[in-house]
Write a protein that binds this ligand. Structure first.
Ligand SMILES: Nc1ncnc2c1ncn2[C@@H]1O[C@H](COP(=O)(O)OP(=O)(O)O)[C@@H](O)[C@H]1O
Ligand SMILES: [Mg+2]
Length: 258
């Protein structure tokens, strides 16, 4: 059993780490990782924190001169916290993924960096599949640079925070997105009103760390959950009715027409 003192020390440590992040002070390792984004011309200046997620802090940054950023003025930097409490959850997802199973038993830093690399790879697959997601620019260590989904420095709202004008179209676009990913053998695994941003009437999927390839033993379970979450959300909030079996069949059906 852990002693009280141990717990207290740990809490103090976490508080201190949190403060550093609040003040925009990164640990040395993160600074080293970050410098590469400057050197490659992806980033020229950090602006401010736009969100604190479950396992990461997201910053808005001015972009650099690199062609990779497609002429955008700003980029998002997602910093995975080494002290992330979601660490155990991460290991679980990585363990079942055949792409990463050889890397188990490594250090916490290694797991976080692998998680980061996985999110980047997943974003890339989805992006190439033509799904609306932030375009991934670069990753290094525990940091990902990606397209900013927002307007004039203001992040686009999550679906849970908006009243949709045309919910049926949005739901269809989400289902189409899930299908396009499935065709590229990817299942998001955490589709919800929290992880979909709405910009100019288009739903953008974000947060791909937990996404898995369809070979993953839990892929079907995650897909079923994603579809159910979507259908339930639109039924509860907009009384749009869709049949699970029909939608599911459509997603996994033969896709040679694409
Ligand atoms: N590319 C992006 N553009 C704008 N805002 C973003 C972007 N990615 C994430 N966000 C914001 O940051 C929050 C947390 O991001 P997310 O990737 O879901 O992190 P976590 O894995 O910690 O949940 C989101 O809810 C959203 O508000
Ligand atoms: Mg999230």
């Amino acid at each position: 059993m852990r002693s009280k003192r141990h717990r207290q020390e740990r809490e103090e440590y976490m508080l201190k780490e949190q403060k550093k992040v609040d003040q925009g002070i990164f640990d040395t390792q993160t600074m080293v990782y970050l410098s590469k984004f400057f050197n490659k011309g992806i980033v020229s200046k950090l602006e401010f924190i736009i969100a604190r997620g479950k396992e990461a802090d997201l910053y808005l940054a001015d972009s650099g001169k690199s062609d990779v950023v497609n002429g955008e003025d700003v980029v998002v930097l997602k910093f995975f916290r080494i002290e992330a409490s979601a660490f155990l959850k991460m290991s679980k997802y990585i363990i079942g993924d055949p792409r990463f199973s050889r890397q188990i038993g490594k250090s916490r830093k290694f797991i976080i960096n692998t998680w980061c690399k996985k999110e980047f790879g997943n974003l890339r697959i989805a992006s190439i599949a033509g799904v609306h997601v932030p375009r991934p620019y670069m990753f290094n260590g525990n940091i990902i640079a990606m397209e900013f989904i927002g307007d004039e420095g203001k992040p686009a709202p999550a679906m849970k925070d908006v009243i949709l004008e045309d919910p049926e179209t949005i739901e269809d676009l989400i289902i189409e997105g899930i299908r396009k990913m499935y065709i590229r053998k990817l299942v998001h695994g955490d589709v919800s009103e929290f992880n979909i941003l709405i910009r100019k009437g288009i739903p953008y999927f974000i947060d791909f760390g937990q996404a898995v390839v369809t070979r993953h033993p839990n892929a079907n379970e995650f897909l079923v959950r994603d579809v159910k979450n979507t259908i339930n959300y639109f039924w509860k909030n907009y009384k749009v009715k869709k049949d699970f079996d029909e939608v599911y069949k459509y997603i996994v059906s033969d896709s040679s027409d694409m």
